[in-house]
Write a protein that binds this ligand. Sequence first.
Ligand code: FAD
Length: 318
Amino acid sequence: MKVTEHIENAQGKTLFSFEIIPPQKGKSIQELYDNIDPLMEFKPPFIDVTTSREEYIYVDKGNGLLEKKLTRMRPGTLGICASIKHKYNVDTVPHVLCGGFTKEETEYLLVDCHYLGIDNVMALRGDAMKDEQSFIPKEGGNDFATDLVHQINQLNQGKYLHNVMDIDNKANFCIGVAGYPEKHLESPSLQSDLKRLKEKVDSGADYVVTQMFFDNAKYFEFVAKAREIGITVPIIPGIKPIAVKRHLQILPQIFRIDLPEDLINAIEKCKTSADVRQVGVEWSIQQSLELKNAGVPVLHYYSMGKSENIRQIAKAIF
Ligand code: FAD
């Protein structure tokens, strides 16, 4: 079922969902299941599965030493979607990227999604690779998420890249896109980024999931501004609990987001890693309660493959 249908069927009740990352190459899927199992009691109608263009693996140098090596593309997104859908009977949302794919490869991926009965895809540009100054699309690939949304929307209308005849089974993907309450890091201003978001929606996106934020005021302002410029689709807030002290440095650095002073102070005062996790959980609970009271359609959690803190939050909210 489409994410938008789940939202409609909920009739104003806030739903619970989360995002997972496929296991690293060579790792068992069991660890993923062990982290999903405790979250199933909160009845997520859909689970997102990310796509990574790069991953570090350890290779044996042959002399007993291991070398850390950057490789292209972590496998598993589609396989994990299929296995979760099968095991838990829940909808899955694969993240589909512009980066690293030609349009033709994207079309093949989408056709596979369709055969697997996947009804939703999250259309994203992807980030620049670690060895690139800025994002470079693959030759013959999509430049921006808007172009990818356009391609998916064309496919929904039965328009393949090549003129395929006698189509009797069209795809009908519900398309999610990313939104940034504190603007995307490359964008000159929030207003300009919002215009880009409007282009994605006008190209066929059905809903938006936001980047993580730690101050709900940023989300509420973002939604108000989006509505002002005519973006009417659901805007799902993305929530990430701080789990380690290092997040104070790396989250603002990677995602160009602000952390509220109160949160920073509370984390800095923590003596143990368990205290840090607890502060992170409590902050997310407060955020989630306020967002739920404001009637957000879904609370979407970035689990980063670990479920215990998400379970604690969900227990307090759902
Ligand atoms: P776009 O919407 O294409 O925007 C990218 C930048 O270009 C923005 O600054 C925008 O303002 C600008 N722009 C857009 N259109 C134009 C245009 N026509 N001309 C000039 N500028 C333009 N990354 C992954 O690698 N894998 C994932 O699984 C993943 N999941 C994510 C899930 C969510 C909910 C979010 C919020 C992000 C996720 N990302 C993921 C990160 C995402 O790929 C990066 O933030 C990326 O840098 C931008 O992706 P986008 O789809 O927002 O890009």
